[in-house]
Design a protein around this ligand. Structure first.
Ligand code: NAD
Ligand code: IPM
Ligand code: MN
Length: 362
């Protein structure tokens, strides 16, 4: 039996996780397999219960698991803490580093039925788009050393280090080209090579790796241009290859143009295909506790987990088909209905997806 560590975390994390677990229960029955769930505390909730955002017990549960299903961490309640003790830096980033989860896949595809939910003009979205944002996740300015503050009272100067090694760039670039081969064969590598030395190097190494993939077209694009091209014509993109920081920013934009932050799932993988699966969005403190968050990003993250780490691609396909079907019937949470149409709440969305899976509707 495969074990999954379930880390709900903070804000909307527990609310959307509940729906993802309903969906996992349903596919296990339908496709006759068993998962063992190990719930573990993390983030602000970990601090509240155990005094630390990543308790030892939680780390042990993750180490013993075949995959991690993660909700979200952080929020204003913990912003008064020293930065290194806050939930994001003291739980999520160490988990990514501990398991060497360097490859973050964030698929942003617009569902035809929610074109009206996208903030983009219908004439721009009507062709649809299907972007795979591939974000390097364990390097860059997030983890580069040194980091620090200096001067009187540590109040005069602060710095982080943007750094990439050849090996780090090569391994993520290989993934981007291999993924593009299964798709429309275009990789757009996002950088800032007109200013940053690290990004000049990024561009050089990506270009070298591209030589091994002559069937794939490689384009280089500056990150500022990419942010505007995504709004102007998202259809032009296939695979977007980004470093850690630019990928963070670009992936929120990718999420929103599909209609909502609550739609974008993600997989963070290491070379053994061990993964942590989480929505690209955060704990959404502005709507937490109201039962209105969109659980789809969490549910689709569970589907990615079934596909990439648990060898259950039929179950993953069934979840994705059910999500598409529910949306096509106009059943939308408030983030997607944008105040104009009738909306359903978090658990109604989970239940609707469950019903579609049980009925096997496509
Ligand atoms: P956020 O992604 O939490 O929210 C941004 C906006 O998107 C908000 O208006 C929110 O309501 C909306 N949104 C996000 N998910 C939604 C969903 N499922 N359904 C409907 N609407 C949704 O970003 P933020 O407000 O900048 O961050 C809040 C906290 O979350 C911060 O502490 C941040 O560090 C943390 N965070 C955690 C993760 C993670 O754990 N993976 C990711 C991003 C941000
Ligand atoms: C994300 C989040 C995280 C990141 C934060 C919470 C550390 O924004 O997964 O996109 O910046 O990677
Ligand atoms: Mn982010």
């Amino acid at each position: 039996m495969k074990k999954i560590a379930i880390l709900c975390g903070d804000g909307i994390g527990p609310e959307v996780m509940k729906e993802a677990v309903k969906v996992l229960d349903t596919v296990q029955k339908k496709y006759s397999f068993n998962l063992e769930y190990k719930y573990a505390d993390v983030g602000g909730y970990g601090i509240y219960k155990h005094g630390t955002a990543l308790p030892d017990k939680t780390l042990k549960s993750c180490e013993a698991a075949d995959a991690i299903l993660f909700g979200s961490v952080g929020g204003p309640q913990w912003e008064h803490l020293p930065p290194e003790e806050q939930p994001e830096r003291a739980s999520l980033l160490p988990l990514r580093k501990r398991f060497n989860l360097y490859c973050n896949l964030r698929p942003a595809k617009i569902f035809k039925s929610v074109v009206a939910s996208s903030p983009l003009h219908p004439s721009i979205v009507k062709e649809g788009f299907d972007i795979l944002c591939i974000r390097e996740l364990t390097g860059d300015i997030y983890f580069g050393q040194p980091k620090g503050r200096e001067g009187a009272g540590f109040s005069e100067r602060a710095f982080d280090t943007m750094v990439y090694t050849r090996a780090e760039i090569e391994r993520i670039a290989h993934i981007a080209f291999a993924e593009a081969r299964k798709r429309r064969k275009l990789v757009t590598s996002v950088d800032k090579a007109n200013v940053l030395t690290t990004m000049v190097f990024w561009r050089e190494v990506v270009t070298e790796v591209a030589e091994e993939y002559p069937d794939i077209t490689l384009k280089h694009q500056y990150v500022d241009n990419t942010t505007m091209q995504l709004i102007k014509d998202p259809h032009q993109f296939d695979v977007l290859l980004c470093g850690n920081m630019f990928g963070d920013i670009i992936s929120d934009e990718c999420a929103m143009i599909t209609g909502s932050m609550g739609l974008l799932a993600s997989a963070s993988l290491n070379e053994k295909k061990f993964g942590l699966y989480e929505p690209a969005g955060g704990s959404a403190p502005d709507i937490a506790g109201q039962g209105i968050a969109n659980p789809i990003a969490q549910i689709l993250s569970a589907a990615m987990m079934l596909r990439y780490s648990l060898d259950q691609s039929d179950a993953a396909d069934a979840i994705e088909a059910a999500v598409e079907k529910v949306l096509s019937e106009g059943l939308l949470t408030i983030d997607l209905s944008r105040g104009k149409l009738k909306s359903i709440n978090t658990s109604e969305m989970g239940n609707s997806i469950v019903t579609k899976i049980i009925n096997g509707e496509r």
